[in-house]
Every structure is written in structure tokens, then in C-alpha cells.
Design a protein around this ligand. Sequence first.
Ligand SMILES: [Zn+2]
Ligand SMILES: [Zn+2]
Length: 392
Amino acid sequence: MQISPTISASSSSRYLHHFNDPTPHSISQRPPPSPFSPPLPAVQFAIRNLSLKQQLSRVHAVKGSGFFSAIGRAIEEEEYRKARSEVLRKGYELEGYSIEGISIGGHETCVIIPELKAAFDIGRCPLRAVHQNFVFITHGHLDHIGGLPMYVATRALYSLKPPTVFVPPCIKEDIERLFDIHRSMGQVELNFDLVALDIGETHELRNDLVVRPFRTHHVIQSQGYIVYSIRKKLKKQYIHLNGKQIEKLKKSGVEITDMILSPEIAFTGDTTSDFMLEPRNADALRAKLLIMEATFLDDGFSIEDARQRGHTHLFESYACASEPCSGLPDQESEYRLYLIGNAHWIRNKAVLLTHFSSRYHLEDIRKAVSKLQAKVSAKVVPLTEGFRSTYS
Ligand SMILES: [Zn+2]
Ligand SMILES: [Zn+2]
């Protein structure tokens, strides 16, 4: 798809250079920091450190030679580019996946997994998300879907292929209408594949990956997604055969393998913790990595309030787990961490907690997560991009 006759070639090529072009930028031409950028001094410090060893010898080597000076500058800029990308790279390595993104309750959620070429929800449109081919939308709240038109438009601007966007069937028509309004309002083409994928349905992403939605519980209709890896295994009845016999069977058209699906990543979006109690959601709790919301995490906000808003409270009393409660115990010791109560359900190797309320500071989040980590065998990590420290 080609986009926007309203965007001039020159402005579009400048934009492309900014984000896609592997050509090193000189420090003076450095593009503005991304939303994930640390303060600039950190970059400059890394540059100074990295190039320090080679600077002296290079000064001698290139002296008096314009050609070699140019090479020297090019090498330095390459060093700068590498150091910059190292410093700017914020994210998490969990179970073989590198995870980036931002998730602040009510503001924006977008969790990016480059290995899957996927972003889960797109409340705004982080630049990193633009390079992902798939987006999985959990529900229609703006902090999860607000960036979708910009995502589709920006991919076209970069001449990237139209993406595939997965949505709950109940919002498909609304999304089509929304894009029609943008097409009419901006006189632009906005091409993408919109796939309404219902709970229990399966869609192939690659020949070794499929995705399936699962039921979650929010104030509007919502669903999570599980990405499965696929591996083929020889059927039991053929295990005794030798290579030639297996080859012969295969050539005759007999299906000799079973497909084994392994849940890799589960993403909940907004939900109460009730999603954990559904037997059909068992795969979400045995995926290698569970990415789940934990909007509230202290007693400044009641569990019942959290449930009424369709969110998970990290601390829930035993009484509240089975029936709605009107009040909270006075002492923190009377609380349990909700996940502990359901620890026997959890088989995940790692849990990434997201969607904390913006009322919390980094320190509040880390304190709550450390209490949880002490009780849960899975590695628990909070996604804290964008949260402020009490001390800043
Ligand atoms: Zn939300
Ligand atoms: Zn929501």
C-alpha cells in the first residue's frame, strides 16, 4: 500500500532516515531521543568510553590524510551508533525473548516482542512497534488501541508491508468504521489485514507459530492471547520403523507426524484475576512467559474497587478470593498476595507484570514485586518503563 499524497517525498525521506537508515548519524545530527531514551549524558559517556582506546592511535594514523580522516570519522560514528543503540536499548530478556514496551494503567500499553515481530496492544504508537508485523488487541479501551491508526499509517510511510491486526470479533466493525473516518478525514489509504479472532480459534503466524485468544474478565469484552510454538513429532505407531521405511510412508502421502503445540507467551491485557481460575485458560498459566496486568498493588485502593474496574489487585485477602468483600483487613499481615493463593496454578517460568496504576512510583512497584517474588517460583519482573522514582 502507498500512503498519503499529502506527505511530500522530502519530508517522508527525512523521516525514514531518522528511524530506518543504518547510516550513522553524527552527534550534531543526532535524532531526537525515543520515548524509551535515557538522558543524553549516558550516551555521551558511553561514546567517550568506547572510543577512548582507539582515539590516540587514530589521531596519528589519519594525520595529514583527508581520506583516512574520513575513514576515522566513519569508524567513530559507527562506534557512536553501536554505543548509542546499547545505551538506548531498554528491555528485558526473559525465557529467550527480548521484551520492550511501556504499560501504564489508563495511559498506554504496548508490549513488543521482536522475535515474534509482534506488539501486544498499542495504546499510543511507540516507534519500535512500527517495525512489528503483527498487533494483538485485547479490548477497545483507548489506552490499548489508541495508537492503531498511527501504527498503520506509519508503516505505510516507511513502505513497510501492511500489517496484520488481530482483534476481538465484537470490535471489528467499530475498527473498520474508525479507519473509514481516518481515510475520509485525511484523504489517505490505510491498508492492513484486520483479523477478528475469537476465543478458542487458532491462526497461523508462521509455519512454526500459531496464536489463540483466551477469555479474560474486564468491564468490556476482552481477550488475552497465547502464542504457541509448533514442533512436529513422529507418530508413536511409526517409532519402530527405520529411516527408509519412514521415507517410503511419507512419499506415499501418509501423515507420519503429530503437531505438538507449546505455549510460549501469554498476554492478558486488562482483566481481573479471575482469568486464572478458568480451566480453559490453563495454557496461559503454563506458557514459558506470562505477561499479566497488576494495576493495583497496595491497600490505598480496595480489592473490590479493583474488581469493579475489571483489574487485578496484587494483594487480595483469602476471603476476597472466593466472594466479593466489602472491606479490607487492617493489617498488611492479614493480606496474601493474590498470585500466591493461585501459585499451584502457575507453571510459568517467568511472569512480567504490567499496567500498574500511574499513582505508583518505581519504589512502590519494586517493593510489592519483591514480596511476590519471595513466594512464587516463576521469575517475576515488573515492566516499569515510564514510572517515576520517589526521589526524582
Ligand atoms: Zn488499560
Ligand atoms: Zn481496559
